[in-house]
Ligand binder design. Structure first.
Ligand code: SF4
Length: 398
């Protein structure tokens, strides 16, 4: 029996709105917004970016997860993995009895028609959806509309014979799902992570002569696991279409696009460009708004330091931290508990794989001005708790 799929919620928004407000809203944050996004207490001033926290896609996904629990109180409810990249939210869902399957193949094979599975905001691969469908369980699809837009473009590229070049993180669920869309439509894909990988692709595009064995070897090593099966750089980089994981750094995605376009122009000439190169910006507006807001904050305020709150595996949060770190001491923290004391903070440095502890992070005397933002999967209550803790630390004697 094929699965029953709910894509527009379960008509229980009214029943869960109070619970969502209790779990994730913050009166302090509402007050800060009303006070021109500024908080003052004694020597401390905190400036909040004008766009931060839960995006429309995350808001909807979490809402649907709560509605699911409400609608099916007696059935087993599963998530394919994290619904969004925020440990606090995922923990709350676990507390409601929602189980996380992750890579547990046995859990997937044990699903039955009475089970309910929630698909996350960043979507699942075509293969995973087919497997779930075969189990006949009820599916609650929270895939964000902005992710669906990327998929639409990638499918169009496949239809037109263009290879999708996806600027994204190959280990991220959204990019894996996007890549699977290309393959399911008979297309090909290549994931590029940064400018360096794009430069390698551009070198191949520019070269008129086919790659020699060494060149092929270097290409396949560099893009191992990041290209569709049987990818042939000489054949599959002749016609390309650019797409982005929705949460990448906008400035970097634009640069990746410019690099690829310039290489295609050089190789094929202006008159043939459209036949060889297509591009649609698929960074979502929520990501862009948060990046623009933090750039505006950094430009407009004299800040001693920046704090960025969000899961360490949250792509959009990591990119906010990258922007901040270019001009200010920046601490990317997962939650308020990372503010251990006025003398110690736990944070993840830009590009590092693990959290570290830092000391002497907070100036102990004089006026203190801190900039604050949070990723699209960070609830306001965590932002409020961080502000409260900063206020407490700023009052402590040095
Ligand atoms: S970050 Fe963008 S694409 Fe991802 S869930 Fe939010 S709005 Fe949707």
């Amino acid at each position: 029996m094929a699965s029953l799929i709910f894509r527009k919620g379960l008509d229980l928004k009214h029943a869960v709105s109070g619970m969502l407000a209790d779990n994730y809203h913050s009166a302090l944050v509402e007050q800060i917004k009303a006070d021109d996004f500024t908080f003052k207490a004694d020597r401390l001033t905190v400036h909040l970016a004008r766009e931060f926290g839960f995006c429309y896609g995350v808001d909807r996904a979490v809402d649907y997860a709560y509605q699911t629990r409400e609608r099916f109180p007696d059935r087993r409810v599963f998530l394919t993995g994290e619904i969004i990249h925020n440990p606090h939210v995922n923990e709350k869902l676990r507390g409601m009895g929602i189980e996380f399957m992750g890579h547990d193949e046995r859990a997937l094979d044990a699903l039955g028609t009475n089970d309910v599975v929630i698909l996350p905001a960043f979507g699942v691969t075509v293969g995973m959806l087919e497997r779930l469908d075969r189990r006949g369980c009820t599916l609650i699809d929270t895939t964000c509309g902005s992710v669906l837009n990327v998929w639409k473009n990638v499918r169009r590229y496949a239809d037109g014979g263009y290879t999708s070049i996806i600027h994204g993180k190959v280990w991220h669920e959204e990019t894996q799902a996007t890549a699977s869309q290309a393959v399911s439509y008979g297309g090909r894909y290549l994931v590029v992570f940064d400018r360096a990988e794009t430069a390698h692709v551009c070198d191949v595009i520019r070269s008129v002569a086919p790659l020699d064995d060494g060149g092929r070897q270097a290409f396949s090593e560099r893009f191992r696991g990041a290209a569709s099966p049987g990818f042939d750089p000489d054949r599959d980089l002749q016609r390309i279409g650019l797409a982005n994981q929705t949460t990448m750094l906008m400035s970097e995605s634009l640069e990746v696009g410019e690099m690829l376009k310039a290489a295609m122009l050089e190789r094929h000439g202006a008159s043939a460009l459209d036949a060889h190169y297509q591009a649609f910006d698929t960074i979502c507006s929520a990501t862009q708004d948060r990046q623009d807001a933090v750039v505006a904050l950094l430009r407009s305020r004299a800040l001693d330091l920046m704090i960025v709150i969000g899961g360490y595996n949250s792509s959009n949060t990591c990119n906010l931290a990258r922007i901040c770190a270019e001009s200010r001491p920046t601490y990317h923290i997962a939650d308020p508990d990372c503010l251990v004391s006025a003398a110690e903070i736990r944070h993840r440095p830009i590009g590092a794989k693990a959290e570290v502890s830092a000391t002497s992070w907070l100036p102990s005397t004089g006026p203190l001005t801190i900039g604050l933002t949070s990723g699209a999967s960070t609830p306001d209550n965590l932002v409020g708790a961080v502000v409260a803790r900063l206020a407490e630390f700023a009052q402590l004697p040095a």
